[in-house]
Design a protein around this ligand. Structure first.
Ligand code: TRP
Length: 77
């Protein structure tokens, strides 16, 4: 099967609505583990893509997330 190429639809936008929001990238492949953690303070924005190395993105903390499927918010428990 052909390798999936990253496309512009793979981008998501994360805007932190509090200090200390974590954006965590998880690896693609048989081994699913954290490979990168980025801390955002209130108002900071991260534009991230699903890539050959990143199959999932976990967001901890209060943030607004814009995806090709819609906009949602993450919340603290
Ligand atoms: N080196 C990572 C990659 O190419 C960078 C990255 C892309 C990333 N998307 C991410 C890190 C999302 C954290 C969250 O896959």
């Amino acid at each position: 099967m052909e390798k999936k190429q990253p496309s512009s639809n793979d981008f998501i936008v994360i805007k932190a609505t509090e200090d200390g929001v974590n954006v965590i990238g998880l690896t693609r492949g048989t081994d699913t583990r954290f490979h990168h953690s980025e801390k955002l303070d209130q108002g900071e924005v991260m534009i991230a893509q699903f890539t050959e190395h990143t199959s999932a993105i976990k967001i901890r903390g209060n943030a607004t997330i814009m995806t090709p499927y819609g906009e949602l918010t993450s919340e603290k428990k």
